[in-house]
Design a protein. Sequence first.
Length: 129
Amino acid sequence: MRRFFSALPIVVLAIAIAGCASRNEQQAEQAEASAAKAQQAAEHAEQAAQQAQVAADKATEAANRATKAVEDATREINRVSDHLDQMIRDREAATHGRRLSHVTKASAKAATDRAAAASGSPAAAPSTK
């Protein structure tokens, strides 16, 4: 029995070591499973980042196209505005020319009428037109 009691601590120690080894194996397996999950999450995050980059590139491209369209529209608006301004200036110049022409004709007619009246010619009497 003495042998039994002297061997008992060795047996208990062996069981404890075996239990610890078993527990360490479980922890190692859990750590491996966690590492695998972390690896999958990292791959998923990398794919999501790549998709986000593609979306950002497309958004930048669309913004550049929109900016160009606005610039083109602004140029066209300015061109039409300049054309309208020129048309207004041309119309004002033509209207002013007609006004001057009308005034010049009237003053020339009045001068002719005065000259005819001064000469006393009945054929050159002022017209009522």
